[in-house]
Design a protein around this ligand. Structure first.
Ligand code: BMA
Length: 369
């Protein structure tokens, strides 16, 4: 084993294991933030995959309460688990047992704990229903949804009830010693687009920021969660000014993220789409790096992928060259939906381009568990 490889393994182990060490920082969130900072400062990028322990391209956990959570599409391809596990909480606010993607919340809870037990990082997204119409998060039929849940709005009490349910779930995320695990929370994402009820054209800047403030105040101040890192993640179709236009503020946000996808095309259009993605991502990460330095924040590529992967070298020719020179703490590819065969963004055993992912995962800079 050469020196560099050895160092990187030692470093990766240190960066991930230090999640449980009790050094100087005060809160569990501070400790996780320090680990992410140290890892990014050392030039490492943690690789993450959405819902990786709950299901994969052609399987899903069938016994949520007892499954050992050992399966993973990523591990089946490269021998390691993702260092970051993304999990989705949409529809938890309805009080049912399963998420909008039909994943039992008990499985989501156990997966989060397992990920931390393995020394990894957890990040939650949340696509709650439209509180005004009761339809999905993608229902943009009214520009009054955000206004209706802010203080004084007709749905304020209802929404606070949703936050309470979310907080109750967060309260169950405890390790064997009963301590709350640290995690990243990334609500109200892709706000620079207008496809969610909290998007750009559906509320004013002030309303959007008030939504963040209300969410933060409830969970951090009222419920006292000190184990949450807050990630802001607009989509990659803005410049630095557009990115910051609705920034909730340094007092709330810990991580500056970006959601950036390669545009879907047919096979013939894929090379051009990949080139465009690489160019735009490089350009965007350049200003995100600057913003991270100016605001003293960790940066990340919070969601990415090429749906269905109609390109043989997306990982090594589009993604890796765009991210390798920037201090992003992690990159997360979206889910491999077991019930929608073409809806996959991560690797899986048997996929024709799996070697390309293996090459990516083999890079000294890329960290897995
Ligand atoms: C989207 C798609 C949907 C899913 C949602 C929340 O990007 O994957 O199928 O319901 O994320 O996970």
């Amino acid at each position: 084993m050469n020196k560099i490889t050895k160092c990187s393994i030692v470093f990766a182990a240190a960066a991930l294991v230090c999640l449980s060490c009790a050094m100087t920082p005060v809160t569990p969130a501070d400790r996780l933030l320090d680990c992410l900072k140290a890892s990014a400062d050392a030039g490492k990028i943690l690789y993450g995959h959405q819902d990786d322990l709950c299901y994969g391209h052609s399987w899903c956990v069938e016994d949520p309460a007892n499954d050992p959570l050992e399966r993973s599409d990523v591990k089946e391809v490269c021998g390691k688990y993702p260092a970051v596990l993304g999990l989705e909480l949409g529809e938890i606010e309805l009080g049912g047992e399963k998420s909008l993607d039909a994943v039992p919340f008990e499985l989501i809870r156990r997966s989060a704990l397992k990920q931390v037990e393995r020394g990894g990082v957890v990040t939650f997204s949340w696509h709650p229903r439209n509180p005004l119409t009761g339809d999905s998060a993608w229902d943009t039929s009214s520009d009054k949804a955000v206004a209706s849940i802010l203080e004084g709005g007709e749905n304020h009490a209802k929404f606070m009830g949703w936050l309470q349910i979310l907080g109750d779930f967060f309260d169950t995320l405890r390790d064997a010693d009963g301590k709350l695990i640290p995690f990243i929370f990334r609500p109200w994402h892709e706000n620079t687009g207008s496809w969610f009820w909290w998007g750009q054209k559906l509320c004013t800047r002030e309303q959007y920021i008030a939504l963040w403030q209300m969410t933060f105040d409830y969970l951090e101040k009222e419920r006292g969660f000190d184990n949450i890192l807050w990630c802001f993640s607009p989509n990659m179709d803005v410049d630095a000014k557009g990115y910051m236009e609705r920034y909730p503020g340094d007092g709330i946000i810990d991580i500056l993220g970006f959601d950036a996808y390669t545009q879907q095309t047919d096979e013939a259009g894929a090379p051009a789409a990949c080139r465009k993605f690489r160019k735009e991502l490089t350009w965007s990460l350049k200003f995100l790096t600057r913003l991270g330095k100016e605001h003293g924040k960790v940066i990340a590529l919070s969601e990415t992928g090429l749906e269905g992967f109609g390109y043989p070298t997306w990982w090594m020719d589009a993604l890796y060259p765009a991210i390798k020179d920037y201090p992003i703490a992690y990159v997360l590819t979206w889910r491999n939906a077991w019930d929608k065969p073409e809806h996959f963004f991560g690797p899986w055993k048997g996929f024709k381009y799996e070697e390309d992912f293996k090459n990516f995962a083999d890079q000294e800079q890329i960290v897995l568990l």
